[in-house]
Design a protein around this ligand. Structure first.
Ligand code: BGC
Length: 251
């Protein structure tokens, strides 16, 4: 145990994953614990699972927790891919009471992944505007300017050609529609082009499960902005959650 260690917990659609992170190096310092996400993933059920992850680590210190939702001042506001009872939930109070402690920080999953990538991964030391996109059940976004996060951007819900973007370009959409990598890359390129005309980023970082096999799709993408894959892959959420639990660094 060290002053810079925090427990980071990433709440996803299929699993709730947690580990102790050395927030000065981004390294995971314990065995990762993963528990299936409860269904339905109501706030109470997720709080019980989060508590089980905390107990498995026998962790008593501050905890950072991600949610696939807009989170402002501890309140969850949206539920595109989680249980519809989340909006309006005071997540900090819910988790704080369930865990019996005050040092609980809750943030959006993509913002957490971005914090980790910009500090320790593919966005380290990159000046200007960096846009991280997580490609999973939905599309998450995190935007940085000179390393500073602009929270809650929700670019997965940009309207592209009359559609909520994530319903056509997420990993879930690719599987559902059985799209070839070529077809998916075409749609994703269109999305990147719309986004780059709006925010003119200097770098796109693409994360999520697909970032493990970039050879299949990265060369097919067409955009004027430089594109790289995320480095921390599925650990980014855990690391970013832990970073948010360091006082003063919450988005
Ligand atoms: C949600 C975002 C989330 C993203 C990735 C979207 O549907 O609106 O808040 O970051 O999915 O989980």
């Amino acid at each position: 145990m060290n002053d810079a260690w925090r427990l980071g917990i990433d709440v996803g659609g299929t699993g709730v994953k947690g580990n102790v992170v050395d927030t000065t190096s981004g390294e995971l310092v314990a065995e990762r614990v993963r528990i299936e996400t409860p269904h339905p993933a109501t706030p109470e059920a997720v709080a019980d699972t989060v508590a089980a992850v905390v107990e498995a680590h026998a962790w008593e210190g501050p905890v950072g927790i991600t949610l696939p939702s807009v989170v402002k001042d501890g309140i969850a506001h949206t539920a595109a891919n989680i249980d519809p009872t989340w909006p309006g939930t005071d997540a900090v109070t819910l988790f704080g009471e369930r865990l019996g402690r005050r040092g609980v920080h809750v943030l959006n999953d993509a913002d957490a992944a971005g914090l980790a990538e910009v500090r320790f991964g593919a966005g380290q030391g990159v000046a200007g505007v960096v846009c991280l996109l997580t490609i999973g059940t939905g599309i998450g976004s995190a935007v940085f300017h000179d390393g500073e996060l602009l929270p809650s951007t929700e670019f997965g819900h940009l309207q592209v050609d009359g559609h909520d973007a994530e319903t056509r370009i997420s990993a879930a959409a690719r599987e559902r529609e059985e799209l070839s990598w070529g077809k998916w890359a075409k749609r994703f390129s269109r999305y990147l082009q719309v986004l780059e005309d709006l925010i003119w980023p200097d770098l796109f970082i693409l994360g999520g499960g697909v970032s493990k096999k970039p050879d299949k799709w990265l060369p097919l993408l067409e955009a004027r902005t430089r594109i790289v894959t995320a480095k921390l892959q599925n650990q980014a959420g855990i690391v970013g959650a832990a970073m948010a639990a360091v006082e003063g660094t919450s988005p």
